[in-house]
Design a binder for this molecule. Structure first.
Ligand code: NAD
Ligand code: MLT
Length: 312
């Protein structure tokens, strides 16, 4: 029997090679579908592969009478209704570490760009302004980086920041003194980390517990002039609270790769010169995209062949 796989977001063609190779699997790539179009099509498919654009909602899952597995070519599964999938006996797999390195590198690029005003100075120079005074930056050496969420990406960022001679302190509910010591970093409660940091970087998943984790009260606990980076998920930082904190000069700069609503181009945060931003590019490298697509493709092939998925 031929099993049908729908790929509804752009994935690396090299990465989906395991699916293309499988004799009993037929692959359809159809990206940019509206939710209505996806709802209409989904019944014919045994597997669905997505990145972060496709919203796999309860409505989609209820229409997906033959769906057995959803593969997320990336880490965050917040675009998939996990409760609905479980109720319908559909397994969800992701690619937990294929983009770790790329996301960590993007985070460091944000921190360094913020410290040296590189995007703002570039923009000015392109507009024929040679302004050396306005864009005086700060060194990272001896500054303190606060890492909120010390999982795969947080830990990679911490290691890189140490290479920049930064002091690193982290908060993660699963971080122990022993682990922090081994990594050569400090640790503390969220409040302690926020209070000590010159730069803060967020690396938690978006969960009920982390929605607006960085809110008005959290900003009040930070140092004046702190700079903050979010390459994890929109919604972990309360965007209104961040806007107020920048306008009130509490926060000197923010580097945002992710937003509560995506895609977004009209946003009050994007109008502030203190905000630098990228359109959810943390995992957008050739290497990461190939790697995450290979990982989920292998899991989907194995599962549809009666085997076990590695990353359920
Ligand atoms: P991970 O699961 O390895 O690490 C997440 C860490 O967050 C865990 O150690 C967990 O204990 C910690 N955590 C959970 N709740 C917390 C809380 N309330 N406070 C502090 N820490 C908490 O995940 P990861 O691979 O490191 O990914 C982290 C985030 O980055 C995810 O949201 C993921 O979706 C996002 N991400 C974004 C991009 C991008 O393109 N911008 C790329 C990859 C991953
Ligand atoms: C992720 O959670 O892995 C990121 O959102 C990366 C992505 O798929 O863009």
């Amino acid at each position: 029997m031929v099993l049908k796989v729908l790929i509804s977001d752009p994935l690396s063609e090299d990465g989906i090679y395991p699916l293309r190779q499988a004799e009993h699997i037929e692959v359809t790539v159809d990206t940019g579908l509206t939710p209505e179009e996806l709802a209409e099509k989904i019944e014919a498919f045994d597997a669905l592969l997505v990145r972060s654009q496709t919203q796999v909602t309860r409505e989609i899952i209820e229409k997906a009478k033959n769906l057995k597995i959803v593969g997320r070519a990336g880490v965050g599964v917040d675009n998939i209704d996990l409760d609905a999938a479980t109720e319908h006996g559909i397994i969800v797999v992701n690619a937990p570490d294929g983009n770790t390195n790329s996301a960590a590198e993007h985070t460091m690029a944000m921190i360094m760009s913020l410290a040296r005003n590189i995007p703002q100075a570039y923009h000015a120079l392109k507009n024929k302004k040679w302004d050396r005074k306005k864009y005086v930056g700060v060194e990272l050496k001896n500054k303190t980086l606060g890492v909120v969420g010390l999982g795969r990406i947080g830990a990679e960022v911490a290691a890189r920041a140490k290479g920049q001679r930064m002091n690193v302190v982290a908060y993660d509910p699963f971080l122990t003194e022993e682990k922090a010591e081994k990594m050569g970093i400090g640790y503390g409660t969220l409040e302690e980390v926020l209070a000590q940091a010159d730069f803060i970087t967020i690396h938690t998943p978006l969960l009920k517990e982390t929605k607006h984790l960085i809110n008005k009260e959290a900003f009040e606990k930070m140092k004046d002039g702190v700079q903050i980076v979010n390459c994890a998920r929109g919604g972990i930082i309360d965007e209104d609270a961040l806007y107020d904190a920048i306008v009130n000069k509490k926060v000197a700069g923010a580097g945002l790769d992710v937003f509560e609503q995506e895609p977004v181009t009209d946003h009050k945060l994007l109008e502030l010169p203190e905000v630098i931003a990228t359109p959810h590019l943390g995992a957008s490298t050739v290497e990461a995209q190939e790697s995450v697509a290979i990982d989920v493709s292998h899991d989907v092939v194995n599962f549809l062949s009666g085997g076990l998925a590695k990353n359920p």
